[in-house]
Design a binder for this molecule. Structure first.
Ligand SMILES: NC(=O)c1ccc[n+]([C@@H]2O[C@H](COP(=O)([O-])OP(=O)(O)OC[C@H]3O[C@@H](n4cnc5c(N)ncnc54)[C@H](OP(=O)(O)O)[C@@H]3O)[C@@H](O)[C@H]2O)c1
Length: 263
């Protein structure tokens, strides 16, 4: 086993997580590709990662686990440690949209609870679990600026969509989680960042493609295009390789300037 950093990416079989795993593998990192149900997609991501990092000997493994389940979170961490003997970075990417977009006057508590469990409680406590391991074991980080955690939140952390309120609330909470972990861990030499993607072409947005095609055509996004998963993958790779050593707690937008209020 060579001396590259080992990064766990949750929800890395498809979409933004897959692009992130590939961007990290292209840097020669070892990656652990977590998925919950779509094993085939995760195996394909891992295979492409191995190809991308073949020259540097980067490895890629897949790990099944529901980030919203405490026992699974423990199992995911253990699987990374069993295989690589270490972990240097965590990308909290896995997330879900409501099964049905429903006006907040009609939305169900069941959907609210599910989104909080997966989108907020999962990454919050997976970060706690891995941070405790770093603090207890005190291994030397293979990342240039120390162990690193990245939260993938969303433009929905502060843009209101009343037909998927539970998603917005989960992401707003996750942005605060990123700030809390950034403050708590900075003093221990562990860097925490937040990336807020805008409207990205993935399976998550496939059902509303036509709606967003029209909005983008009408100028909703200053850069005038859909976000690509790679936009966020590249930002993660840059943060992991140490390009922002004095910026923990920063929010990086990968949204084509969508977040800027305009008149
Ligand atoms: N797409 C956008 O426009 C957009 C914008 C802003 C933020 N985001 C955020 O970016 C992240 C990735 O979104 P995406 O668009 O790439 O989504 P996606 O295409 O739907 O992919 C989601 C990934 O997360 C995994 N996943 C779902 N629930 C999980 C769970 N309970 N435990 C572990 N893994 C789980 C899925 O695994 P399986 O493949 O096994 O199902 C899949 O690999 C999410 O947090 C999302 O909220 C997306």
């Amino acid at each position: 086993m060579n001396s590259q950093p080992v990064i766990l990416i949750t929800g890395a079989g498809r979409g933004i997580g897959r692009a992130t795993a590939l961007a990290l593998a292209a840097q020669g990192y070892h990656v652990a590709v977590n998925y919950v149900g779509n094993r085939e997609a995760a195996e394909d991501t891992a295979r492409c990662c191995r190809e991308a990092s073949a020259e540097s000997g980067g490895e890629a493994i897949t790990i099944q686990g529901d980030v919203g389940d405490a026992k699974h979170r423990e199992g995911m961490m253990r699987a990374v440690l069993d295989h690589f003997g270490r972990i240097d970075g965590l990308v909290n990417n896995a997330g879900i949209a409501p099964k049905q977009r429903a006006d907040i006057l009609d939305a169900s508590e069941e959907s609210f609870e599910q989104l909080m469990r997966v989108n907020l409680q999962g990454p919050y406590f997976l970060t706690q679990r891995i941070a405790r391991w770093w603090i207890r074991e005190q291994p030397e980080s293979r990342l240039p600026n120390g162990f690193t955690v990245i939260f993938i939140t969303s433009i929905s952390s502060d843009m209101a969509s009343v037909n998927r309120g539970e998603y917005c609330v989960s992401k707003a909470g996750l942005s605060m989680a990123a700030s809390l972990w950034a403050v708590r861990l900075a003093q221990l030499g562990i860097l925490v960042y937040e990336i807020r993607p805008g409207i990205v072409a993935t399976d998550m947005t496939a059902k509303v493609k036509e709606k967003y095609d029209a909005l983008i055509q009408d100028g909703l996004i200053p850069q005038h295009r859909w976000g690509k998963p790679e936009d966020t993958g590249k930002a993660v790779a840059s943060l992991m390789r140490g390009d922002f050593p004095y910026s923990p707690g920063s929010v990086i937008y990968t949204d084509g300037a969508l977040h800027i209020p305009r008149l």
